[in-house]
Design a protein around this ligand. Structure first.
Ligand code: ATP
Ligand code: MG
Ligand code: MG
Ligand code: MG
Length: 477
């Protein structure tokens, strides 16, 4: 089943069950305290918090999401993209836990002929919050899932709140068992690679009076109007239904892997490290396409900076695969072709989108050239007695000239000189500390309701600053 068809089945199913179909919001968040939409619920926050009356009591959407906090996982796990689509159904003071569970089970297990997704009932697992006994009963009443396949979890995994006094509630998540070839038995609590999380049901039912941390808070009582917020990963369901190994191999992503493989001469599936790089390329090219499509341009801060990093990382990954010529003119059109069924505007707007992406690649290639020159000069001026590029020089190459550390290391080893990596890392971590402090200082004016998401973003941002290091690490091995 094509990804676009799963998306349509989702919308049809919830529409038939009385939900207003709401188009995806832009990937750019309308809330100033987060850069990108990271979940389907973000555009509905005013209704979920009761700040504005909802124009419908039930809604459904397939939201374009960007989670830069997951960038480290991309290509290495089976299930994390920097861009992905979150299918959601929402109730604003209307139905609650029982119906949310009934809807989810129905869509997942109804036969394909019946408009469902046709998952094998015997391979689905659920988690519930350890204090949420009611939800265990509801699972047993509404579905055929046996008690042994319902696992309790604590606040860390199965409680949602915003990080501020206000709404909060238990979650119940649905997992699919890929079988013994993929890991150990024992359900999602034992192995999240074998048991793939596909759907999170959030039950907003409590008023929290105080929130000290993710896991430590006080529940003051029940909310006057209880809400449902759910999120299902479209790519995850697609990869499970398409019988492929991970989300990068689905119809909307895999053609870029094939193109990267053709360009680089690496056969996909032959070498783990090369496969990871090809998956990174396919993921980042797709996120960049969507992000530019929604109006972001590469730059040195905020969204533009994230976009720049994604594009450069894709180019770097191709370089690690041995391709030093321009790659985006080969890859971006392939990504657009794979995505246009769901997002026709990517095709009509492709001239503009591609011009921005290709110009950024050209600029990066120039950076690489001048960085190479600077490196050569630095290396040539080292004394015979100590052939070590200092941490300062490596940091300046990285920070001022945008020349990635892994390239510095690569060239150094080719020429038999050392790099003071420890010094470089110390300067990087100082910079990261400064960036974090800045982000904290800026955060004060943000949206209270979104602070959990800003925290997430902040994590994401700081990991992002560190990506060169992570890349270098995998390169050095
Ligand atoms: P995981 O534990 O696998 O990182 P999560 O618990 O962070 O997922 P939620 O915040 O519960 O994810 O988001 C709801 C759903 O969105 C998840 O159940 C999953 O199907 C999907 N999802 C979340 N993050 C990603 C991602 N980076 N790429 C693809 N799908 C995702
Ligand atoms: Mg996650
Ligand atoms: Mg999870
Ligand atoms: Mg989850």
């Amino acid at each position: 089943m094509k990804t676009a068809e799963i998306k349509q089945r989702w919308l049809d199913y919830f529409e038939a069950n009385g939900h207003a179909v709401v188009p995806s919001a832009s990937v750019i968040s309308s809330d100033p305290s987060i850069l990108f939409n990271i979940a389907g619920m973000v555009q509905f926050i005013p209704y979920l918090t009761g700040r504005e009356p909802a124009p419908f009591n039930r809604a459904t959407s397939v939201q374009k999401c960007v989670r830069t906090g997951d960038i480290e996982e991309v290509g290495k796990t089976t299930r994390h993209g920097t861009f992905f689509q979150m299918n959601g159904n929402f109730s604003f003071g209307d139905y609650f836990k029982r119906e949310a569970i009934r809807f989810a089970w129905g869509l997942l297990t109804n036969s394909v002929d019946d408009g469902g997704l046709g998952f094998d009932k015997n391979l689905l697992w659920a988690t519930v919050h350890e204090d949420d006994i009611e939800t265990i009963d509801l699972w047993l009443q509404e579905t055929s899932i046996p008690r042994e396949r319902i696992q309790p979890r604590d606040n860390e995994d199965n409680f949602w709140h915003t990080g501020q006094p206000g709404p909060g509630g238990y979650c119940s998540e649905i997992y699919f068992d890929r079988g013994p070839d993929y890991g150990i038995e024992g359900g999602p609590v034992a192995d999240e690679d074998r048991y793939i999380e596909i759907w999170n049901l959030v039950f907003m039912e409590f008023e929290l009076s105080e929130v000290r941390s993710k896991v430590d808070f006080d529940i003051a009582g029940d909310l006057p109007a209880k809400n449902i917020d759910t999120g299902m990963g479209l790519e995850r369901v697609a990869f499970l239904l398409q019988g492929v190994e991970n989300m990068y191999e689905i119809d909307e992503v895999f053609p870029v892997i094939e193109a990267a493989s053709r360009l680089s001469g690496h056969r996909y599936g032959a070498d783990h490290e090369a496969d990871v790089q090809m998956r990174v390329v396919a993921d980042h090219v797709r996120s960049s396409l969507i992000i530019i499509g929604d109006g972001v341009r590469p730059g040195n801060e905020g969204r533009g900076y994230i976009l720049r990093r994604l594009l450069r990382r894709a180019v770097r990954a191709m370089r690690l695969l041995g391709v030093t010529s321009e790659v985006l003119p080969e890859l971006l059109p392939v990504s657009m072709e794979s995505m246009k069924l769901s997002y026709p505007e990517l095709e009509t707007d492709f001239d503009r989108i591609s011009r921005i992406a290709y110009a950024e690649e050209k600029a990066f290639l120039r950076t690489l050239e001048s960085g190479t020159q600077l490196f050569q000069n630095a290396a040539a001026s080292l004394p015979e007695s100590d052939k070590t590029i200092s941490g300062d020089v490596a940091f300046a190459l990285h920070d001022t000239h945008g020349f990635p550390i892994d390239l510095t290391l690569e060239m150094a080893s080719e020429q038999g000189v050392h790099v003071d990596e420890e010094g470089f890392r110390a300067l990087m971590s100082e910079q990261r500390t400064r960036a974090k402090a800045d982000a904290k200082a800026k955060k004060g004016g943000g949206h209270a309701d979104l602070s959990a998401y800003s925290a997430l973003l902040e994590d994401g941002a700081s990991e992002f600053v560190g990506y060169d290091r992570l890349e270098a690490d995998s390169r050095v091995r």
